[in-house]
Design a protein around this ligand. Structure first.
Ligand SMILES: *Cc1c(COP(=O)(O)O)cnc(C)c1O
Length: 383
């Protein structure tokens, strides 16, 4: 079955729910055991306690696993908690973690504060490092964490090269796979051990629920599930329902996000005051070759670097947009624009100019272009 069909069928079992097309929302903490044998564990029960799973959470876990691959997955209350869980399922005090320098900012904050406090050292590496990651390995390196394309700057990482080095040294690898969604990059066939999704973004798809997932290959699933249980992470039933509902239309929505984003990126690339378009799907853009080799598609999030402008000029543009809203998160049906801010420690970030991050939503492309063009004009950009 192709992904488009899997997205419709996976995790659904109408017969088990009186014919209802969608898996119902089970609100449960207590689950009653039918016998002493059952509560003693002699007669295994599929469901034992709300935090450990309900038919609602199983449905989404099944669907994400079928689409993203791997041996199984767990759900978390947010994408940020999924990142933390993936890392904590691997590391222990005294370890060294290699973290990509283009990581999502809250991931950096976790490393620089919480992990540090636990006696775990984080070293940042340049996103384009590839097989040269081998030079960074230490005896106590336990995890290489990747995010591709990177947050804000969209560098594509050579994941197979990094994973080959990691495997040769028995080091675990993880990816924050949110940009690609469970559809457009297959983490496990590229060699990764763990894959994080902020389902908040494209899977929920409607800017209204926070939820995350971590999927693992067979070798790492037990540690992942144990850590998940020990931390008491679980996602809320209504949010799981929204993710399941979003998932059904994910392939169709993504196809539109992709084609609209590519059209707008191509248009932006031709404007005289646009210095760079950071969108790996755009021919000629940084990372395009790796993207073409490893990805099955592109989503609607990218950045554009404009010639420098003042804060007043920027305000004239951003304060008056008609369609592009200014706000964090992305992956919903609506377009967003935010000034990007880049934090780097592996090597200094040399690029100047005004970096804007765009999320291209499902509005009409010509309307979106007109909104951007008017904004550029307000900021004093011409040509
Ligand atoms: C948004 C995001 C997250 C965090 O997701 P939340 O659900 O907002 O906690 C993690 N990683 C990436 C790359 C993201 O863009």
């Amino acid at each position: 079955m192709k992904d488009k069909t899997k997205a419709i069928l996976s995790g659904r079992d109408p017969e088990a729910h009186h014919g209802a097309v969608n898996t119902p929302v089970y609100h449960a903490s207590t689950i009653l055991y039918p016998s002493l044998d059952a509560i003693r564990g002699r007669a295994p029960m599929e469901y034992t306690y709300g935090r450990a799973g309900t038919p609602t959470s199983r449905a989404l876990e099944t669907a994400i696993t079928e689409l993203e691959g791997g041996a199984g997955c767990v759900l978390t209350p947010s994408g940020a908690s999924a990142v933390a869980l993936a890392i904590l399922s691997v590391v222990k005090t005294g370890d060294h973690v290699l973290m990509v320098d283009s990581a999502y900012k809250p991931t950096r904050r976790l490393c620089d504060n919480f992990l540090k406090k636990m006696g775990i050292e984080t070293e940042y590496y340049v996103p384009t490092i590839g097989a040269d990651i081998s030079a960074k390995l230490r005896d106590n390196t336990s995890l290489i964490f990747t995010e591709s394309p990177g947050s804000q700057t969209f560098e594509v990482q050579d994941i197979p090269a990094i994973c080959a080095v990691a495997k040769a040294h028995n080091i675990k690898t993880a990816i924050d796979n949110t940009w690609a969604s469970p559809l457009y990059f297959d983490p496990f066939s590229h060699g990764l051990d763990l894959s994080v999704q902020a389902l908040t973004k494209y899977v929920v798809g409607h800017a209204d629920a926070l939820i995350g997932s971590v999927a693992a290959n067979a070798e790492n699933l037990k540690a992942l599930k144990d850590t998940h249980a020990q931390l008491g992470h679980c996602a809320a039933p209504d949010d799981i329902y929204l993710a399941l509902r979003g998932l059904r239309t994910l392939p169709t929505r993504l196809a539109q996000h992709q084609s609209s984003a590519l059209e707008i990126a191509t248009w932006l690339n031709g404007l005289s005051f646009v210095d760079d378009v950071l969108y790996p799907a755009l021919p000629g853009a940084a990372g395009h070759d790796l993207w073409q080799r490893d990805f099955k598609g592109a989503t609607g999030l990218f950045a554009v670097r404009l010639a420098p402008c003042s804060e007043d000029q920027l305000a004239a543009m951003l304060d008056n947009m008609r369609l592009f809203g200014m706000g964090y998160s992305w992956g919903g049906f609506e377009s967003l624009i935010v000034p990007a801010s880049v934090q780097r420690t592996a090597e200094p970030y040399e690029e100047t100019g005004q970096l804007l991050r765009l999320h291209i939503g499902l509005e009409d492309v010509e309307d979106l272009k007109a909104d951007l063009a008017d904004g550029f004009a307000r900021a004093g950009y011409t040509g």
